[in-house]
Write a protein that binds this ligand. Structure first.
Ligand SMILES: Nc1nc2c(c(=O)[nH]1)N[C@H]1C(S)=C(S)[C@@H](COP(=O)(O)O)O[C@H]1N2
Ligand SMILES: [Mo]
Length: 418
């Protein structure tokens, strides 16, 4: 549509600048040249009434925002993984339907009326709780990230998967409602010799992990809700263990049994799996805490720059199993110059944090990296530094700095630089 008064009417650019919104190089279309500024079909008819979708779903235009698996990673979907689409998300909360899934024997279909939580072993009084019993305990709300220890594991020997969803998407961050595990243990009365807890799931895998008593008494939750509603079946409905800051494997879903013992059980998931084979042939075990990590979620291979040179927003997330993230640094030139990113949104203990870095892109190729600092003073290492320490055999706990190379057309690729 042409504008007869083009020379006299204020442009949208001038309007935004006048309102103090535009930065240098912010590109917007001229006010009247955008043919979408018209009376659209959706203004000419009534929309759906209430209750068209009693449980709301995203707009159909958002259909590409979804979890994705990588077919060749596992032999069967029942013992597999899919990934959170980090490149599509903002803020710090992962929507329930987009939380990555990791199951060892598929999603258990648990009837909450028939579900029980048992506490036994080195206790004064063995107990069995129904879901109704549990909901009579004082409850607590906390936002925590859950990261699988294998997140970025495929990247250990070099850049492999082309998308932040696949390199970093074994993480989600939700608000849990649950009962402090300490309260349930107090009810049962742990004997002085009770130093460890075996947590077991009600899925066909009967997933089991040993958890030290100090952690259980500190901040573990027996959660029944996420982001305000009941847990999703995929996330362990009706009950899951929340082990803040520690590797996802310990967060037993469909939680049915807590046995108190005096030493760890050395089950499969804490011996042959979730153990790191070091260069000298020895094994590093019980590496529970997740080290500080960050990644730029856009631009990234699945989220190229499509607007050309000028004002560009770098968007990313950071987290630490040991506290908060007071600072993230960003570089656009492969580490020659680092800039402090802008942290935005809530800064919560053992939760995901959001950072942004706004800059004027000159249209030349970029090498993007982010580097997290956590509240203990720990700084996210390079992948090279990690390999020097741990050799080439590791899979788990890869928190190395990620590099995206962006070409002049704005396309991004997973690369490594040294
Ligand atoms: N009962 C049970 N709990 C489980 C698992 C499982 O297969 N069964 N997988 C574990 C692993 S390896 C991870 S990383 C997290 C994944 O949690 P999510 O599916 O909510 O993302 O759950 C853990 N808890
Ligand atoms: Mo995991």
């Amino acid at each position: 549509m042409s504008n007869p008064d083009k020379t006299t009417k204020p442009s949208r650019r001038a309007f935004l600048a006048g309102a103090g919104v535009a930065g240098a190089g912010l590109a917007t279309g001229a006010f009247a040249q955008d043919s979408a500024i018209t009376v659209q079909p959706w203004m000419q008819e009534l929309g759906d009434g209430v209750d068209a979708a009693p449980y709301g779903m995203p707009s159909p235009y958002e259909k590409d925002v979804k979890r994705r698996t990588v077919e060749w990673l596992t032999a069967d979907n029942a013992s597999s993984i899919n990934f959170t689409p980090l490149h599509n998300l903002d803020g710090i909360i992962t929507p329930n339907g987009l939380c990555f899934e990791r199951h060892h024997s598929g999603v258990a279909r648990v009837d909450p009326a028939e579900h029980r939580l048992m506490i036994h072993g080195l206790v004064d009084k063995p107990l069995v709780f129904t879901m109704d019993d549990l909901k009579r305990f004082p409850r607590s709300n906390h936002v925590y990230f859950l990261e699988c220890a294998a997140n970025s594991g495929m990247e250990w020997r070099g850049s492999q998967l082309n998308g932040v969803q696949f390199t970093h998407g074994m993480i989600h961050n939700v608000m849990y409602t649950g009962i402090p595990l300490r309260l349930l243990l107090e009810q049962a009365g742990v004997k002085p010799s009770g130093k460890w807890i075996l947590a077991e799931g009600a899925d066909a895998a009967a997933m089991t992990r040993s958890i030290p008593m100090e952690k259980a008494l500190d901040d573990c939750l027996v959660a029944f809700a996420m982001n305000g509603e009941a847990l999703r079946a995929e996330q362990g409905y009706p009950l899951r263990l929340v082990v803040p800051g520690w590797e996802g494997n310990m967060w037993i879903k469909w939680l049915r049994r807590l046995e108190i013992g005096d030493e760890p059980w050395h089950h499969r998931e804490e011996t042959s799996k979730y153990t790191d084979l070091l260069a000298d042939g020895t094994a590093r075990r019980f590496t529970w805490e997740m080290d500080a990590k960050s990644v730029i979620t856009s631009p990234s291979p699945q989220a190229p720059i499509t607007h050309g040179p000028g004002r560009t927003v770098i968007n990313g997330v950071a987290w630490s199993g040991r506290g908060t993230i007071p600072r993230v640094d960003v570089t656009v030139d492969g580490g020659m110059n680092w800039h402090e990113a802008r942290m935005d949104g809530p800064s919560l203990d053992k939760s995901m944090h959001r950072f942004y870095f706004e800059f004027d892109w000159d249209g030349k190729p970029l090498l993007l990296q982010s580097r997290a600092h956590d509240s203990t003073g720990y700084v996210q290492p390079t992948k090279e530094a990690l390999r020097k320490l741990r050799g080439l055999n590791s899979i788990y706990h890869n928190n190395g700095i990620q590099t995206w190379s962006v070409d002049a057309d704005g396309r991004a690729e997973n690369v490594e630089i040294s």
